[in-house]
Ligand binder design. Structure first.
Ligand code: FAD
Ligand code: HEM
Length: 407
């Protein structure tokens, strides 16, 4: 079968492998989650040090396994199908996440070895030498592109991948709500703050009481502090028998002013481009952490740009950073705020009871949308806005976990 990649860019996959991948993509896709579910235990058994780099919550829920499977299948499909949707945003998201965790090129050999071995374990005799070689080629094309993008991002951030973390001292704790705390962090190595694009996150590594070490990502919730950065952590409570969140509970219960935390350079591409188009920032729950830095940015650099913030939460008491967002928003000429709470107290006349509904909200032309919150919330926001004629290309989203949007 001829290589069907588009004429515009040269085909990445060899003709021979393209034919094999086309013939086997469906069966690999069908078994992809089984494959990645085998891959992780294999890899951790041989490299237990990696247990301290991979989020063990995402391992327990299977979310990382699903995200990896989906990304490899989507990557293979866009190699063989010129009409497949653009893969750029997936590539960018993975590369940013990787650099925040200090992933290095040589580790791709380990991942590749265990991934291909897991394919063999699951698909058995169907994996002929040709099939193994074609999928090995897919893996290394993906890996090579990620390695190149990560090298570019490390260089841009001035980060040596061998030393991706810096110590930060907790200089203040702000109890925002019963379940949300902000930690104000100052570099403890005598160097200045890195450049932070509002909307970006850092990976924070913590040493847990059981001797384990774990990273989690937290959005830089305020960049207005000059020499300090702020993160804002929502305490994750386990429901239906699931345990409470490991790192969020640790940060809430054990981290005090004066403590040191290992923090990565800022990463992530959920950032506002300079333009004069009006902005809609639609958030729910902990997603509010992406709203404040963007409102701060606009207040500081483009106070004439129109901004609408729309937030949904359980109750007004759970709505973290509300007063700060409103305070900063007053520096923007045309700033509108809407809130929806599942439960509304009588006294809270400014908010609407129930789930966010943007079907009637005045948006004007050329709205740029940034949405952050649980996936069902963001799907609802996106559907409403698409129905109103907002182009998909104008709706950006940030998932507070492995990106399972497309799965
Ligand atoms: C880009 C990005 C930005 C983020 N920004 C923020 C932010 O600004 N603020 C914020 O609060 N969060 C943010 N997050 C989320 C944050 O990184 C953590 O995911 C969150 O704090 C929960 O971590 P945890 O360790 O407390 O929970 P985990 O221990 O990771 O638990 C996660 C889930 O897995 C379940 N689970 C764990 N173990 C098991 C098990 N054995 N069986 C069944 N279920 C299990 C838990 O019950 C829980 O529901 C962000 C995430 C990303 C990716
Ligand atoms: C081609 C190879 C690889 C692919 C396709 C890949 C893919 C992915 C994807 C899809 C995610 C989730 C991104 C998100 O939405 O948040 C991710 C996260 C991650 N990757 Fe990779 N990756 C590769 C190689 C590696 C390597 C070599 C390492 C190093 C050991 C690594 C370590 C991680 C870690 C630690 C995370 C975060 C996991 C979590 O938060 O649960 N990856 N990767």
């Amino acid at each position: 079968m001829p290589n069907v990649s588009s004429q515009a860019s040269p085909p990445l996959l060899s003709d021979r492998s393209a034919a094999v991948v086309s013939a086997t993509a469906a069966v690999v896709a069908e078994h992809a989650e089984q494959i990645t579910a085998r891959f992780y235990p294999r890899m951790f058994a041989e490299h237990p040090d990696l247990l301290r780099v991979f989020n063990q919550g995402n391992q327990a829920t299977g979310e990382q396994s699903r995200a990896l499977a989906a990304s490899v299948v989507a990557y293979a499909v866009q190699l063989i199908d010129p009409d497949a949707p653009s893969f750029d945003h997936v590539m960018s998201r993975i590369a940013h996440k990787h650099i925040s965790l200090g992933i290095r090129p040589e580790q791709y050999t380990i991942v590749g070895h265990h991934l291909i071995a897991a394919v063999g374990e699951v698909l058995g005799d169907a994996v002929t030498p040709e099939v193994a070689s074609a999928w090995d080629e897919v893996y290394w094309l993906f890996a090579t592109q990620l390695i190149a993008e990560e090298a570019r991002l490390y260089q841009q951030a001035g980060v040596d991948p061998a030393r991706p973390l810096r110590p930060y001292r907790v200089v203040r704790r702000i109890e925002e709500t019963d379940d949300v705390v902000s930690l104000v962090l100052e570099p403890a190595d005598g160097e200045g703050l890195p450049e932070i694009a509002p909307g970006q996150y850092v990976s924070v590594f913590v040493d847990l009481p059981d001797g384990g070490r774990q990273p989690r990502q937290y959005t830089v919730s305020s960049t207005a502090l000059g020499t300090r950065l702020q993160i804002t952590i929502s305490r994750l409570r386990g429901t239906d028998g699931a345990p409470d969140g490991q790192v969020s509970s640790f940060l809430h219960d054990h981290v005090e002013v004066g403590d040191l935390l290992d923090v990565s350079a800022p990463a992530g591409d959920f950032v506002v481009q300079s333009s004069t188009d009006p902005l809609l920032l639609a958030s729910a729950g902990a997603g509010i952490t992406t709203v404040l830095p963007i409102v701060e940015l606009i207040a500081r650099t483009q106070p004439g740009r129109r901004v609408i913030v729309a937030h949904a939460d359980r109750t007004a008491q759970d709505h973290a950073l509300r007063d700060t967002v409103m305070h900063v928003g007053r520096q923007i000429d045309d700033f509108t705020s809407y809130t929806w709470y599942e439960t509304v107290e009588k006294a809270d006349v400014r908010s609407v009871k129930g789930y966010m509904d943007l079907s009637e909200t005045p948006l004007g032309d050329n709205i740029q949308v940034f949405t952050c919150g649980p996936l069902p919330f963001m799907r609802h926001v996106r559907t409403t806005l698409l129905d109103r004629g907002v182009p998909a290309s104008r709706i950006r989203y940030e998932v507070f976990g492995p990106d399972l949007w497309a799965v």
